[in-house]
Design a protein around this ligand. Structure first.
Ligand code: E4P
Ligand code: PEP
Length: 341
């Protein structure tokens, strides 16, 4: 951490900063320039945070050098992590396809979507039983009944389940069915939910907030990690921009940026990014080419009757192309499609 003193700072101001830092167990190195004095701090940054240094007389700025997300950062964990979900690895060297219906609607629809997903090469099944909807009048999901359907479909297909939890009170319930908990864009900074998810010992897939910076996303992951759970997968799902031609703007550069800043796997959701069926395969190509550790894709046997997000769901006809992409592209980029364990 570096403290920049203002030109008006007196020797007494500088001495007060040094003494406060030393009292907190740190070391302070004063460097006097022609116009400015800066003080370099060495020691526990969290400790310095509580000193309220910015409010001291003569202090102009306090600059953090190290990142604030310690546990998920690559600074302290240079090797990229692999997260295992029901035995399926997500992480470096592989490309994992997660697919399934946006929402669980009926046992038949969920099973058909899961079979479509599996035929395309998916090793994990997605499907929402608790749906975060903009409108309170829109389909909110089947709740626990939906979780039971997912568990039956897992039994039938062998695909482990990724499903969303939207309320901290439901975390234990959802975790009792799920192989990986999903925290969606709307809850990306719901800190009580993040902490509760970190407590239950299941992997967590954390989507980026729709207007969230990469640092906010990693700080959200830090909430989960701080509870002792480092099995976190980050998911870039598009951000809100001025552009209206797509549902969201896929921030493709967030993938390598997050992978360089954090050791956690980073996947992409091309369905919620583009919001349109015709964009899902091009965005999937981009995700694989840039090095995403996986993609999560909506599929539906009859999107015209879907209760949520039908326009972005892949249908049977698209699956051959999806299967080809996930089989042929990853090896070109030194990765293999993740296979069932
Ligand atoms: C999807 O999975 C979400 O629940 C969905 O994108 C919500 O969006 P909407 O409620 O605005 O349709
Ligand atoms: C979802 O994947 O079901 C979902 C709700 O996505 P997001 O949180 O990215 O909108």
């Amino acid at each position: 951490m570096v403290i920049v003193m203002g030109p008006e700072a007196t020797e007494t101001d500088i001495a007060s900063v040094v003494s406060l830092v030393e009292t907190a167990g740190g070391e302070a190195f004063v460097s006097r320039g022609v116009a400015r004095t800066i003080v370099g701090l060495v020691g526990d940054v969290q400790q310095f945070g509580s000193l309220n240094l910015r409010s001291l007389p003569g202090v102009r700025d306090v600059i953090r050098i190290s990142v604030p997300y310690k546990l998920v950062s690559r600074e302290n964990h240079p090797e990229r992590s692999v997260v295992r979900v029901g035995g399926v690895p997500i992480g470096p060297g592989t490309m994992t396809l997660i697919a399934g219906p946006c929402a669980v609607e009926t046992p038949e629809q969920t099973l058909q979507a899961a079979q479509m997903a599996k035929a395309a090469g998916a090793t994990l099944l997605r499907g929402g039983a608790f749906k975060p909807r903009t409108s309170p009048y829109a389909f909110q999901g089947l709740g626990e009944k939906g979780l039971r359907i997912l568990a039956d479909v897992r039994e039938e297909t062998g695909l482990p389940i990724v499903t969303e939890v939207v309320d901290a009170h439901d975390v234990e319930l959802v975790a009792s069915y799920a192989d990986m908990l999903q925290i969606g864009t709307r809850n990306a900074q719901n800190f009580a939910l993040l902490q509760a998810a970190g407590d239950v010992g299941k992997p967590v897939m954390l989507k980026r907030g729709m207007s969230g910076t990469i640092e906010e996303w990693l700080m959200a992951a830090e909430y989960v990690a701080q509870r002792g759970n480092l099995d976190i997968v980050l998911c870039e799902r598009g951000i809100r921009t001025f552009e209206k031609a797509t549902r969201n703007t896929l921030d493709i550069s967030a993938v390598p940026v997050a992978q360089r800043l954090s050791h956690l796997p980073v996947i992409v959701d091309p369905s919620h990014s583009g919001g349109r069926r015709d964009l899902v395969l091009p965005l999937t190509k981009a995700a694989i080419a840039i090095g995403a550790d996986g993609v999560i894709i909506d599929v539906h046997p009859h999107p015209e009757t879907a209760l949520c997000d039908g326009p972005q769901a892949l249908v049977d006809g698209d699956l051959r192309e999806l299967a080809r992409l996930v089989r042929d592209l990853p090896p070109i980029f030194d990765r293999a499609l993740t296979e069932a364990p």
